[in-house]
Design a protein around this ligand. Structure first.
Ligand code: FAD
Length: 386
C-alpha cells in the first residue's frame, strides 16, 4: 500500500502499524434461514478518529487467528505457547501470542513447503516440489493448511523460531465500504461473506471473515484503517448515469453509491444488477433496493438468482437480455462499474459488454473489443474485483 492509503484528514495517520480501534456497533446476518451463504452486515464506529472516506474506498481489518487453530498448531507441532520468540522487526513475544496475532498460521504456499522441507527432509514433499509434479502440488495445496503440513510431515524438535521464520505475516484484509458517510456520519458499514468449509477431514475458516463473525462481539473494538481508491468513484457530475454490476458481496460499494447519490440529491439515472443463489434467502439489502426503486433514487434493478430455476442465470445474462438499453446508456456516457468475484464473474461481465457492443453497435468482434477497451481508458468502465 502506498502513502496515499494512509492519508486522512486528521493529524493522526492510521495504518497497519497504527490502526484505529473501531467499535462494532451492529452485526446483522443478511441471508435468511435455509441459505447456503453466511453474509454479514457490519456497522463500525469511527467517532473520534477523524477518519473520512468516500464511496468506493475500502476498510482494512487486521484480524486475530482463532484460538482453536492456535491451539491445534501448538499441539500438533509440539510447541510451547510460552516460549519467547523474536519477530523479524526484533520484538520478542511468547509464541502463543505470535501465533494469535502476528503470523498467518493457516495458508500454505509452495514456498512455505520448500522452507519446511529443509527441516522435514521428506521424499514425498520433495517429489511434490518437483516442477514436473505441478498438478500433484496443486492438489496437495487445495484445501490444505499449515496444520495439515505439520501433521503430514512431522518434524520432532523443530525450533519455534525456525517454524515462525517460514510462515507469512498476518496481513490486513480489505472490505469495500458499504455506506455513505453522509447517510451514516461517523460510521462505516461492511458486507462480509464468511468463509467456512470442510476439507481433508477438518473444518476450515477464513481468518478475517470469521474474526468479524465469531471473535468480535458488539461493543468490542477491531483494528482498522482506510484504504483509499481514487479510481472507483462516483462521477463528479451527479447528472451522469451509472450502471452498477455487483453480485454477492460485490453489492457493497453500490449501497454506498446509492446512499451517497440520495444524500446529495444527484439526478443522474442509476441501474443496478445484483445476483445471488436464491431470491428468498440471498437478496442482500433487498428491502433497501425495493425502497430506492419505489422512491426513484434507483432508476432500475435487474436481479439474477442463479438457483431459482433449473438453468443457471447470472448477472451477465441479465445484461444481455437488456442489451439495447445497456448500449444506449453507455453511448449516453453512463459510467459502468463492476465489483466482486474476479475469477469468473468479472470476466463473464467483460465478455457480455463486448457482445453488447457487437450486437447493438453493429461492430466486429475486434471493434467491439476496442470499444470496451476505450471505455476503460476513458474511465467509463471501472472495476473493483477480488
Ligand atoms: C479491494 C477488495 C475489496 C474486497 N471487498 C470485500 C467485501 O466487500 N466483502 C467480502 O466478503 N470480501 C471482500 N474482499 C475479500 C476479503 O479481503 C478477504 O479476502 C476475504 O474476506 C477472505 O479473507 P479471510 O481472512 O476470511 O480468508 P483467508 O484466511 O484469507 O482464506 C481465504 C482462502 O481460503 C481458501 N478457500 C476459501 N474457500 C474455500 C473453499 N470452499 N475450498 C477451498 N479453499 C477455500 C482460498 O484459498 C482463499 O484464498 C475484498 C478484497 C479486496 C482486495
Amino acid at each position: 500500500m502506498n502513502d496515499e492509503n494512509t492519508i486522512c484528514s486528521t493529524a493522526v495517520v492510521y495504518d497497519k502499524k497504527n490502526p484505529f480501534l473501531s467499535t462494532l456497533k451492529r452485526r446483522v446476518l443478511l441471508n435468511k434461514e435455509g441459505s447456503d451463504k453466511e453474509t454479514l452486515h457490519l456497522e463500525l464506529c469511527l467517532a473520534g478518529s477523524g477518519l473520512e472516506y468516500r464511496p468506493g474506498d475500502s476498510l482494512a481489518i487486521i484480524p486475530a487467528n482463532s484460538r482453536q487453530v492456535v491451539k491445534q498448531v501448538l499441539e500438533t507441532g509440539g510447541f510451547d505457547a510460552g516460549e519467547m520468540v523474536e519477530l523479524k522487526g526484533g520484538e520478542t513475544k511468547p509464541l502463543g501470542e505470535v501465533f494469535a496475532t502476528d503470523l498467518n498460521i493457516t495458508g500454505i504456499t509452495k514456498n512455505i513447503l520448500k522452507k519446511y522441507n529443509a527441516f522435514a527432509q521428506s521424499d514425498k514433499l520433495e517429489s511434490l516440489l518437483d516442477p514436473d509434479n505441478k498438478a500433484a502440488l496443486d492438489d496437495y495445496l487445495g484445501g490444505r493448511e499449515v496444520i495439515d503440513m505439520i501433521a503430514d510431515f512431522p518434524v520432532p524438535g523443530l525450533a519455534a523460531s525456525d517454524f515462525c521464520g517460514m510462515l507469512r505475516k498476518q496481513l490486513p484484509r480489505l472490505y469495500s465500504i458499504a455506506s455513505s458517510l453522509r447517510a451514516h456520519p461517523a460510521e462505516v458499514h461492511l458486507t462480509i461473506a464468511i468463509i467456512r468449509y470442510y476439507s481433508h477431514g477438518r473444518g476450515r475458516e477464513g481468518v478475517c471473515s470469521t474474526y468479524t463473525a465469531d471473535r468480535v462481539d458488539v461493543g468490542d473494538t477491531m483494528p482498522v484503517f482506510l484504504h483509499y481508491d481514487k479510481n472507483f468513484k462516483l462521477p463528479e457530475d451527479g447528472d451522469t448515469p451509472i450502471i452498477m454490476v455487483g453480485p454477492g458481496t460485490g453489492i457493497a460499494p453500490f449501497r454506498a453509491f446509492v446512499e451517497e447519490r440520495a444524500a446529495t440529491g444527484a439526478t443522474g439515472k442509476s441501474w443496478l444488477f445484483f445476483g445471488a443463489q436464491h431470491s428468498a434467502t440471498d437478496y442482500l439489502y433487498g428491502d433497501e433496493w425495493e425502497r430506492y426503486v419505489a422512491n426513484g433514487r434507483l432508476s432500475r434493478i435487474d436481479l439474477a438468482f442463479s438457483r431459482d430455476q433449473t438453468e443457471k442465470v447470472y448477472v451477465q445474462h441479465r445484461m444481455l437480455e437488456h442489451s439495447a438499453e445497456m448500449y444506449s446508456w453507455l453511448s449516453d456516457g453512463a459510467v459502468f462499474y463492476v465489483c466482486g468475484d474476479a475469477s469468473r464473474m468479472a470476466k463473464d461481465v467483460h465478455e457480455a459488454l463486448i457482445s453488447i457492443a457487437e450486437k447493438e453497435g453493429g461492430k466486429s468482434r475486434e471493434d467491439a473489443e476496442a470499444w470496451v477497451k476505450q471505455l476503460k481508458a476513458d474511465k467509463q468502465y471501472l472495476r473493483d474485483v477480488y
